[in-house]
Ligand binder design. Sequence first.
Ligand code: SAH
Ligand code: SF4
Ligand code: F3S
Length: 484
Amino acid sequence: MRKIISGLSAEENTDLLEQQRQERYMEAAREKTAALAARLHRTPTCHVTNFGCQMNAKDAEKLLGILLSAGFEETQDEAADFLIYNTCTVRDNADQRVFGRLGRVSHYRKNNPDMKIALCGCMMQEDLNVEKVLKSYPFVDLIFGTHNLFRFPEYLAQVLDSGERIVDIWKKTDRIVESLPSERKYSFKSGVNITFGCDNFCSYCIVPYVRGRERSRKPEEILGEIRALSESGVKEIMLLGQNVNSYGRGLDEPCTFAELIDRAAKIDGIRRIRFMTPHPKDFSDELIEVIKRNENIARHVHLPLQSGSTQILKQMNRKYTKEQYLALAEKIRTRLPDAAITTDIIVGFPGETDRDVDDTIDVIRRVHFDNAYTFIYSKRTGTPAARMEDPATEEEKKDRFSRVLKCVQQSAKERALLLQGKVMTGLVEEVNTQSPGKVTARLSDNMIVHIDGDESMIGKFYPIRLDICCGFYYFGETAGEEIV
Ligand code: SAH
Ligand code: SF4
Ligand code: F3S
């Protein structure tokens, strides 16, 4: 039986107590930052560099929110008084990028002895990486992982107080502490976490080891957050999770992902909803119907394929076959004819042959993907695939990668051309820094269009005519007034 304290379950109560504890540390961090400002005779600066996926980007907003709330001022320069790298370890090149940057950071520190340097995120959940940092980068002041990010106010207060290095990595957590300050990158769109962690254990993937078991937030909390975002002017939200459509497992009151997004779509002021990432094995007919019924759910399904070969999919532990994937994609194309289907593909998985790659290419052609991210397999220590025999040479893998990439590009271009001349609704996201006098808008199907415009259009919807197709993006022009 659960112990009830002041109307909250014991579990909720500990989350609440933890939150109050961190709020007290926020106060302490504010005092320390004020003392630092007095010493420097200026407002101390901070910078958060983010690597990796949408979930990390959401975490980065929390880190920045906490630093700003403590009294730091954001700078675009990494040579700040407080620098954080929020790391990713999904592929080896992500790790290497962080180590490469750390080399440069030691110079910033030499020029500014007051500078504090923190590392957090997925890479820090791996012992070998932490050991390497401790040994080779002694100037790093603070290291924490993915499970205890909500303790950042506490670490911040401590690290500003003492010159001692703080290292705190947790192996897991069942905590969900979500109400700390957060600084959104965009005023008109926002990600909303619905699940944390992953239970799928695809054999190549490190994420379940560094992000822990899958936990779903309660529907009321998610919907409450979306309502509050809408009231603060957010028009587009993206529901975030490693496997969003397995949402709801383990909740006291059952709720499927289809039910959740259906309720979210009905919240006043939310004009567009996206979700990232669904898993093909959990993509229900109910979800397809909910998307069809709600015009404000984006016409974009990102459906990671990984491989088109049933044999490789089995080795990957993806739990679907080539035929099942094709049948699902066809159902989506038939029921949602205006939706783009995009995907992720891995080339060079252990044991993959030319025949397997032929199957992947066959799926690309048959689904006619609107876009795809193609990756060369990267061995992650500790995953089952890392122990599989991998006889293919680098040369062979590169050739296969080029074949797949060519096919993906062809498919994306053909799909994009189908939109030429159409007028579609775009949400203007930012000023185009490459072409003066232009802004960049995103359509419901995720297509990017560059149009003439200025800053005043950001966060607004316009009808846009798609004039010139440039492969996977367009140049176009507004075809009317703002759509309100
Ligand atoms: N949860 C999401 C995203 C996971 S990471 C999903 O299941 O799709 C994003 C992408 O990185 C994956 O879809 C996969 O294509 C790729 N990826 C993951 N681990 C990888 C590895 N070890 N080597 C190469 N690509 C990998
Ligand atoms: Fe990794 Fe698979 Fe989980 Fe995606 S679903 S995060 S690829 S284990
Ligand atoms: Fe990378 Fe972690 Fe996301 S490993 S892809 S940042 S969950």
